[in-house]
Design a binder for this molecule. Sequence first.
Ligand code: THU
Length: 160
Amino acid sequence: MINKEFLIKYEEFSSLQEMNEKDRALAQAAIDAAKGSYSPYSHFQVGAALLLENGVLVKGANQENAAYPAGLCAERTAMFWAGANYPGVPFDTLAVAGHDHGVLCESPSSPCGGCRQVMAEYQKKAGRPLNVILVGSRRILKFRQVDDLLPFIFASLKVE
Ligand code: THU
């Protein structure tokens, strides 16, 4: 038996001002996108802003349903819309911002497992890393690739 470790690298910022202009604009777009949330059940509004490699910005927000599982997360509404309307265009960066009762959460909202798996699919399809930015009012995290949010990704699992 061998004990092994998995190192995850990410960047942490304490404000939008610390970020470069491109990432700051995307983080702000994710905050704005939360206005499109339909969340009468959880009162938790999530906005997602997805920058495509061709420069197009796609926004998404969580959409809930009285039959709970029928709803969809903000990240997937953005990714599926982009996949459907810009087929084949790689994703560059996805920013996510969670709001509780309309107020941006202090800590970054972390994407659910289902959304991470969907990110992994598009990243693999694109053949390039998808950056992910998780926005909170006190902390913002930036991951360089989906692998850092979803270690041992199903699609690319090669156990060495
Ligand atoms: N939600 C997202 O939009 N993204 C996530 O990654 C996690 C959760 C939504 C789903 C639901 O509408 C609300 O947040 C509360 O779970």
